[in-house]
Unconditional design. Structure first.
Lengths: 307, 450
């Protein structure tokens, strides 16, 4: 079941369209990647989901109900551009943001203490925000975003500004949140983390949604029937043993081995390639080249540009 | 509503706890009190020059009764009042003490004419001498009617200490052309000017705080986090109201502390002033001048007394109202500016239309204290953008109550209107970065549907 649905959502600003009939469905309990090049309209969509701005057209549903202000306390949002009041004390600040999300002072204090302990940052409570480094501030912001245990979490570039150790801690926490039942919308340009975390994605380019679905299915869909061979050096060239249905995309060698990436024409299968080459060379490795999200992203956006 | 309240609390508490707020709260009253206390202190210092005071006594009670001191020399004259005044100016005498005849009662009032403002010590001395003399005379008259032995009589003569009489001494300043002007008006002008000035200053100081606060939220990007929890309008109003409360707190503390410091010094100076009785005067309306009990002796108490005599509650209430109204009107505009720009330097182009009417109000207020009922003062005390300052400068002189109501109504209307406009600019502006904004752009924001 979808926790959050947008239906033909459009947003126009004087002179340009930020979103053009965008429909997405965020399945409950999933990590949903919201991808797209800079200026595609992701931030506008996220702001509409958060009710920071209203759509010009289209409908939004939270848990089957039309989105309304009571749902705001059930959403946690970590924006890409994020800051804190520099002069406030960390604990006081976190308490303030938590109470704005509807927690009572007592609830908020208890939960904050727990999280601060979990991250080992209890000693920051009475420090001023300006005494913290940027990465430390981000940690506090992350805590505040998830503190009120919302059903829907929206992370916009959550890892920017973190060192690799903290990135992995954060990734773990995000996965834990999902396992505990939260639904997460995750917007990023870092395709590696998309592969690692996301179950579903939607790709937005130039204000339109141009691709969406399950990550595994999209990858299947974008398979190009390309295989990679690693084999011993031998006298002769591999193309001599292949006919028109096989095109060599890439070839190379090092001291030990030679490599070739070969794309198969329609109607041919993996075993056909092996049949051709196996009698002539000693094969060390053989695998299908599955496109990365990075490849898919680039090829889809480029294709869209051509239109 | 709960969220607005949280925002108000934060805005209020973070500012009130700031070191700069605490310093200003202490420093302000010290400065203001010194404006009162320094003249008081100077008055106690001996003047090098011996001041000659002419005495025109129509009662005949006080002839030769004022003893000269190091500071004052008394000359007695028997001319008509006008001639005596003329003589005073010509002979370069400091002041003329005129004690008019009173039928049937003892003389307890006098007028002191002077070119320059007479010092507190001079008035204190004269009043003191007069009251002593009157007391003695009253006693003598009464004792004469009794048939007492010499011994009893001597004892009784010491009674004046017990039957204190107080003297009403008004001061009149004479200008060179011979015209008279009561110091009373000057005090009112000062009150009017100070009231207008404080409103002007407060609007500027706390309006600028709103501007900086909004810009801080925008440039630090905290706004992105905030608007996912509260509506932009709640955030804007919370900030404006929170800072208004900071302003009221500061004003309240200033007033209380200033009064405290001044009264402490009054008590301290009381010992130094020659035989001056410094007591806070409580004038009883309706009581005749002659019988005024416990008359004040210092300039300060005289000032308070005048404020008392003109509609005291009206001044305080309208000050609070016009301060709040004016602040709310301008704070909304300052918030709109803060939301529309990315940096301090970009504010300049939008500041002028906001500061100009405020400054105009200040200029008109300066004129209004001289002519509080003129058409200029009247009109500018009605226009919402200038009314808080100009009306405050008129009120101490007494303004028809219906004019205050109209002005107040227009001010409320004005701030509802500016808040409406500001809110529309604000909700778009706070999320708009890296764009140089023009007036045309602002208008577009106002006309966007949400």
């Amino acid at each position: 079941m979808a926790l959050f649905v947008t239906e033909n959502v459009s947003k126009h600003y004087a002179g340009h369209t930020a979103l053009d009939k965008v429909s997405i469905e965020v399945p409950e309990g999933s990590i949903f990647g919201l991808l797209g090049p800079n200026g595609a309209g992701k931030t506008s969509l996220i702001r509409i989901i958060n009710r920071i701005i209203g759509p010009d057209e289209g409908n939004l549903y939270f848990n089957g109900e039309a989105l309304q202000s009571k749902h705001i306390n059930n959403i946690g949002y970590l924006p890409e551009e994020r800051g804190l009041y520099r002069k406030m004390r960390v604990g006081e600040h976190a308490l303030y943001l938590a109470r704005l999300k509807g927690l009572t002072k007592k609830e908020a204090t208890g939960k904050l203490r727990e999280w601060f302990e979990k991250f080992g940052i209890e000693s920051w409570w009475y420090k001023k925000v300006e005494e913290l480094s940027k990465g430390m501030q981000q940690k506090v912001q992350f805590i505040v975003t998830v503190l009120h245990e919302p059903e829907l979490l929206i992370f916009d570039e959550p890892f920017s500004g973190f060192d690799p150790i903290n990135v992995s801690i954060l990734k773990e926490e995000i996965l834990k949140l999902r396992d505990n039942g939260a639904t997460i919308i995750f917007s990023t340009h870092n395709m590696e983390s998309v592969e690692e975390l996301c179950d579903h994605i939607a790709l937005i380019d130039r204000s339109k949604k141009i691709l969406d679905g399950k990550v595994t299915e999209i990858k299947k869909q974008y398979r190009s029937k390309t295989y990679r061979l690693a084999f011993d050096h031998f006298e002769g060239i591999i193309s001599d043993h292949l006919d028109d249905g096989f095109s060599i995309i890439d070839e190379g060698e090092d001291d030990d081995m030679r490599y070739a990436s070969i794309q198969l024409a329609n109607g041919l299968e993996s075993k056909d390639l092996l049949h051709r080459v196996a009698p002539h060379v000693n094969i060390h490795a053989y695998n299908e080249i599955i496109p990365t999200m990075n490849d898919i992203f680039i090829s889809v956006v480029k294709e869209n540009e051509g239109k | 509503m709960k969220k607005i309240w949280l925002v108000i609390q934060r805005e209020y508490l973070t500012r009130v706890r700031k070191r700069s707020f605490i310093v200003m709260t202490i420093l302000g009253p010290v400065l203001m009190a010194s404006a009162f206390v320094v003249p008081m202190y100077l008055a106690t210092l001996a003047d090098d020059e011996k001041k000659v005071i002419g005495v025109l006594d129509e009662t005949g009670w006080f002839y030769d009764k004022f003893s000269d001191t190091e500071e004052f020399e008394f000359k007695y004259t028997a001319k008509s009042l006008n001639d005596a005044k003329q003589e005073m100016v010509e002979n370069d005498e400091f002041a003329l003490l005129y004690i008019p005849r009173r039928e049937l009662t003892v003389p307890t009032s006098a007028i002191l004419y002077s070119l320059k403002q007479p010092g507190v010590d001079m008035k204190g001395y004269i009043r003191n001498m007069m009251s002593k003399e009157v007391e003695t005379q009253k006693l003598r008259i009464n004792l004469d009617e009794m048939d007492l032995s010499q011994e009893d009589r001597e004892r009784a003569m010491k009674l004046p200490e017990l039957i204190k009489t107080s003297i009403q001494l008004s001061t009149m300043k004479i200008d060179d052309t011979g015209g008279e002007e009561e110091t009373f008006t000057e005090v009112m002008m000062a009150v009017a000017f100070v009231a207008g000035m404080i409103i002007y200053m407060f609007i500027f100081i706390f309006g600028a705080q709103v501007l900086r606060g909004v810009m801080e939220e925008k440039t630090s990007r905290i706004i992105e986090v905030m608007v996912s929890s509260v509506k932009p309008f709640q955030l804007m109003m919370g900030k404006i109201v929170g800072i208004a409360m900071v302003g009221l707190t500061q004003f309240l503390l200033w007033t209380v502390l200033t009064f405290a410091i001044v009264s402490v010094f009054q008590v301290a100076f009381a010992d130094q002033m020659p035989q001056t009785d410094v007591r806070m005067a409580v004038t009883q309306p309706g009581s005749e001048l002659v019988a005024d009990p416990a008359m004040d002796n210092t300039q300060i108490t005289r000032v308070f007394e005048i404020i008392d005599s003109i509609q005291y509650e009206v001044i305080i209430l309208s000050f609070l109202f016009f301060f709040l109204g004016g602040y709310l009107l301008y704070a909304a505009l300052f918030a709109a500016i803060g939301s529309a720009v990315d940096s301090e330097s970009d504010t300049q182009q939008f500041m002028l239309p906001v500061t100009l009417p405020l400054f105009l109000g200040f200029i008109v207020a300066n004129v209004a204290v001289y002519n509080p009922d003129g058409p200029l003062a009247l009109w500018f005390s009605m226009i919402p953008f200038t009314s808080p300052i100009v009306m405050m400068a008129r009120i101490p002189f007494g303004v028809p109550i219906e004019q205050i109501w109209i002005s107040a109504g227009l001010l409320i209307l004005g701030f509802i209107l500016t808040t409406w406009f500001a809110a529309r600019i604000y909700r778009t502006g706070i999320l708009m970065y890296g764009k140089k904004v023009s007036y045309k752009e602002l208008w577009k924001w106002i006309t966007y549907k949400s």
